[in-house]
Design a protein around this ligand. Structure first.
Ligand code: HEM
Ligand SMILES: *[C@@H]1O[C@H](CO)[C@@H](O)[C@H](O)[C@H]1NC(C)=O
Ligand SMILES: *[C@@H]1O[C@H](CO)[C@@H](O)[C@H](O)[C@H]1NC(C)=O
Ligand SMILES: *[C@@H]1O[C@H](CO)[C@@H](O)[C@H](O)[C@H]1NC(C)=O
Ligand SMILES: *[C@@H]1O[C@H](CO)[C@@H](O)[C@H](O)[C@H]1NC(C)=O
Ligand SMILES: *[C@@H]1O[C@H](CO)[C@@H](O)[C@H](O)[C@H]1NC(C)=O
Ligand SMILES: *[C@@H]1O[C@H](CO)[C@@H](O)[C@H](O)[C@H]1NC(C)=O
Length: 512
């Protein structure tokens, strides 16, 4: 009996001791329960970078919000720890009530927690949806970029809202890659649905931090959620039905298919896995039964593509244009390279991209200074020890890709736009093994759309700079350009870039 009691006591001391030995990472001490609620507006890439430089020894910053633990990561060393060394514990995704509802109970890839379901979804997406072998996606990029050049042509000599133009461009690219060319009429409606989703995703959900106060956001919010999801349901159900119909028609008419009259889109690729009786529980690594997707899975993946591939690419194109206009000497170098390698008598083609070294450097430098997704959001699956500190299970991990890309101990003149730093063969690359440069993340959860996104980004910037010269409107000086960013799902420019194009090539306008 006494033995038992002392064993209990020892184990208590042991547990207590463990806690003591590993304190939480450093951070400001807030009131108990309320925590540093006043810092809500500081939970942005800039706010967290500031707090980290004040409190975050060892690249880690700890905050509590109600019951939630938040750990911000702001150095390459700690990013490596989280994304590589301990990645299986750090590969879950946080989600609030709104996100769970809007993603059909995490039936997608981006918000699914790490596990067999996510692995299977990722496999399908990487092999079928984002693969370079799906040439149609790449064709969508080319066609929409060409049509954008034609649009710019109409504005030669007049101020043009470049920001809005490139957002329309990337929306058109993803829409076409996802749904093909035959459902074009629904596009305006779909854009509105996505905008509402974007707002709802971002809406501060107080129940996240204080579960017992869940009633506060009340029925109004729930109604909006339900309405948004119902309109997405209606929209995509219609598209899926249309695809089912044409698929049957296609199968019965192979001749037409062979003539290339149909172009497979992403929904077609996903429909190949469609099973009426599929369920999430069927996903299992050790069984080889063929994977089946439900309608909800397909809807949710399409949503991932629209959210993951539209704002990110648009924000990067706009920032690249803005940084280059802000540094006329760099702009000149990029355009000189275009004249030298491509020549003014024709437009840029895909095969030129590999030769445009300085353009590639400018794009990398843009992604370093303005990673489109500045904070990578992960969640821990279990208690863990990070850099000697205790990180509890279900903590929200915010990897500050923006702060890491501007870390003065990794980058010389960290805040200066200097593409030439990437001319050095030893410069970090964004493929994921250099943790001082992670615009696409790294490891298990890294961006599966990287190749496609880069293609859209490089091709757009190359065309816009090769076909046109750009001036700021009303005699504005490059140094007067507002370079502030804003914060949401992505970090686009705070004000849209407006510039005046003039035609630069000696050949006639392409497509005319
Ligand atoms: C310049 C363009 C892009 C950038 C900078 C970018 C960046 C990122 C980043 C930072 C992540 C999160 C990594 C993490 O949490 O650790 C991510 C995830 C993701 N991206 Fe991208 N992305 C881009 C383009 C695209 C495109 C074009 C698509 C789709 C067509 C896409 C689809 C996704 C998806 C589905 C995920 C979630 C993956 C998962 O959770 O397993 N992205 N991206
Ligand atoms: C965090 O909260 C405490 C107490 O409310 C406050 O004294 C402190 O200034 C806050 N920290 C920041 C950075 O706002
Ligand atoms: C996007 O598509 C719409 C609808 O087809 C078209 O009116 C618009 O000009 C396109 N925008 C760009 C930038 O290509
Ligand atoms: C789906 O399940 C229902 C009822 O369990 C069954 O009648 C039907 O045949 C199943 N469909 C398929 C395609 O397996
Ligand atoms: C996975 O599937 C196999 C074979 O169908 C089954 O034996 C196993 O229990 C399943 N595992 C889980 C975790 O569901
Ligand atoms: C599943 O397939 C792999 C190879 O395709 C094979 O090695 C493995 O034994 C199979 N597992 C089961 C449970 O059939
Ligand atoms: C950028 O933002 C800062 C702080 O919000 C503001 O003071 C400044 O005027 C902005 N810059 C421009 C050019 O608008």
């Amino acid at each position: 009996m006494i033995f038992l009691l002392s064993a209990l006591l020892v184990s208590f001391i042991f547990m207590f001791g463990l806690r003591r030995k590993n304190p939480y990472p450093p951070g400001p001490k807030g009131y108990p329960i309320i925590g540093n609620m006043t810092m809500m507006d500081q939970l942005t890439h800039r706010g967290l970078a500031q707090l980290s430089s004040r409190y975050g020894r060892a690249g880690l910053l700890h905050l509590t919000m109600g019951k939630l633990h938040i750990v911000a990561v702001s150095t390459p060393e700690m990013a490596r720890e989280v994304l590589l060394a301990q990645d299986s514990v750090y590969a879950n995704r946080p989600a609030n009530d709104a996100i769970v509802y809007l993603t059909y109970d995490r039936a997608d890839m981006a918000f699914a927690n790490y596990g067999p379901f996510w692995r299977q979804m990722r496999k399908i997406c990487v092999m079928k949806v984002f693969s370079r072998k799906r040439a149609e996606s790449w064709a969508s990029v080319r066609e929409e970029v060409d049509s954008t050049v034609a649009t710019v042509m109409k504005s030669v000599g007049q101020p043009l809202n470049v920001g809005e133009l490139v957002f329309a461009l990337t929306r058109n690219i993803t829409y076409r890659a996802a749904f093909g060319s035959f459902s074009r009429d629904g596009q305006d409606e779909f854009v509105l649905i996505l905008q509402e989703f974007s707002k709802l995703f971002g809406a501060f959900n107080i129940a996240d931090f204080f579960p017992w106060l869940g009633w506060i956001h009340g029925t109004e919010f729930r109604k909006r959620l339900a309405k948004a999801r119902a309109s997405l349901d209606g929209f995509i159900d219609h598209i899926i039905d249309e695809h089912l119909e044409t698929r049957e028609k296609r199968n019965s008419d192979r001749a037409e298919k062979n003539q290339g009259l149909y172009e497979d889109d992403m929904v077609d690729e996903l429909m190949a896995f469609y099973g009426e009786n599929a369920s999430k529980g069927d996903f299992n690594d050790s069984s080889n039964s063929s994977i089946q997707l439900t309608k909800d899975n397909i809807k949710a993946i399409i949503m991932d593509v629209m959210f993951g591939g539209t704002e990110t690419v648009a924000s990067a194109i706009e920032w690249a244009m803005a940084e280059l206009m802000n540094s006329p000497a760099e702009l000149k170098k990029v355009q000189q390279e275009l004249s030298d390698t491509v020549g003014l008598d024709r437009v840029v083609q895909e095969s030129d991209l590999d030769k445009l070294t300085y353009l590639r450097c400018a794009i990398k430098e843009t992604l370093r200074l303005h990673p489109p997704i500045p904070l990578l959001l992960h969640e821990t699956a279990a208690d863990s020890v990070l850099g000697g500190y205790h990180v509890p299970a279900r903590s929200r991990i915010m990897i500050n890709a923006w702060a890491i890309g501007r870390d003065p101990s990794s980058w010389e003149d960290a805040d200066v736009f200097k593409p030439s730093r990437f001319l050095d063969g030893g410069a970090p690359d964004f493929k994921g093994s250099n943790f001082e440069f992670i615009p696409f993340g790294s490891g298990r959860r890294s961006c599966p759309g990287m190749q496609l996104g880069l293609y859209g980004l490089e091709l757009s910037v190359a065309h816009l700079l090769h076909c046109f010269n750009w001036e700021l409107p009303d005699g504005m000086q490059p140094s007067e350009l507002d370079m502030n960013d804003s914060f949401g799902l992505t970090a686009p420019r705070a004000t849209r870039l407006v510039a005046v194009p003039s035609y630069r090539l000696s050949c006639p306008v392409p497509g005319k």
